[in-house]
Each structure stands twice: as structure tokens, then as C-alpha cells.
Design a binder for this molecule. Sequence first.
Ligand code: DGL
Length: 268
Amino acid sequence: MDNRPIGVFDSGVGGLTVVKEIIHLLPHEEILYLGDTARVPYGPRELDQVRGFMFEIVNFLRKQDVKLIVIACNTATAAGLQDAQEINNVPIIGVIEPGARAACLSTRAKKVGVIATKATTKSDAYRRIISTMDGQTEVFTRACPTLVNFIERGELEGGRIKEEVRSYLGPLIEEGIDVLILGCTHYPLIEGLIKKIVGEDIQIINSARVTAQEVKRILTAEVQLRHSDRPPRHRFLATGSGRLFFEIGGWFLGQEIEETETIDLHSP
Ligand code: DGL
């Protein structure tokens, strides 16, 4: 038994898609969520800079005494998950490997599409990892640089975002993919819209869901699940504005976010 919280972070509101799935699978666990809203978006930045942000946040979460860290951000996972795992003794998981594994198991056509930020696309992380899992599967990656801004503005529907999504997905559909990985944790917030555009024949992999399953597997194997009579109390931290946590979090997580705390990553 281990009653310490699970630390989860992302550049902004996207990692809440992972929190939602963890709460669904592990309703007794406590979550400490950090959104780096002062520096969102990560996608247009250089991977080295994002790696620096990731180390700062991992150090901060370790000081908060979390039992497991989930990098609920593809861009930060691509930038340096392995480095973070090597130098930390707390378990750290990212979102790329679970999604890639689920895609390899699902594709019949052996053609997988990935939509992601510019930095994740540039890192080629999905293609590299899928080639180690299944050398026969082709990977088609498409950067969608405007989507995170739409989502961080709370613009999740309407003609403008629909047009953008349609133009990003068109070339992938033409390649004949039968599986599409949502390679950015912001995208499950518009999964319904994406589904309408790709249709029934393309299966969507929401890495948030498979990452939550990985969290459950690790905590169960390490006998680290929380046991308490007290209901879990989640905390939501932001380095900048936490506005969207209130606006989206409530309907999205199925529970009100009553409070967000603004923090300085460098204060003790
Ligand atoms: N949600 C993040 C990801 O999965 C980052 C998006 C961004 O900040 O550009 O890549």
C-alpha cells in the first residue's frame, strides 16, 4: 500500500485526458496534476528546450513526494523520457510507448497514422518505436501545429477547427491507414470530431486510455495502490493561468475542479 499521489504533467490542459482515464480505472488514487500553462504550447519549441522544462517539472514533482510520474505529454516524452528514467529512482512513464503498442496490435493493413505536434513529429519517436515492435508496419506522421491553440482557447467545435482537422487528416486517409494514434494528449478532447472525419473504418488510439492501463499495471505489480477511508483529494497546479482547468475540467473529468494553485517551479 502506498498513499502518496500520482504526479501527472503536461504543458496545459491536455494531460487532463490522461487524468480522466486514471480516475476512471483507479478511482481511489490521488492525483497531483501540473499544467505548465505559462509555457504552453511545447509543440513549436526545440526538443532541447522542452527537455529542460521536463527536468524542472520532474524535479518539482519528486519534491512533492509522488510515487509515480506520468509525463502526460507526447512532446515532453519524445524530448527526454529515457534520460529522465535513467537519473531518477521514482518510476516515470510516458505516453508514446503505450499508444504505439496498442496501434501495432490493432492494425491489419500495417499502416498506422499519427497526428502530433511539430516537435513530436520532428523527433520521429513514433516511427522509431513502432519499427522496434513491428518492422512490417508503416508509419505516416502528420504535424498539426494549430490544434493545441484551438484546444487551449476552449474552441473544441465549430467550422474553423473542423476545417483544420479535415485538412490534416486528408493525406493520412489517402495513404490507407486503418489505425490513427492521437499523438498529442490534447487531441482526445476533440476525439468526437476526429471520429466523424475518419469514419468507422479507421480505429482511433487514445494514448490516454492505454497509459492509464500501464499506470494500473505498475502500481498493482509494485503493491503501491492507495487504501484509505478518506476519498481522494486531487490537486491541480498551474505555472500560469488555470482558467481552462475550471472551464473544461468540470465537464471533462466528471467532477468539479474547485481550486487550482499557481506555483513557481523553482520555489522549494
Ligand atoms: N499535449 C502535449 C503533447 O502531447 C503538448 C502540446 C503542446 O504544448 O504543444 O504533445
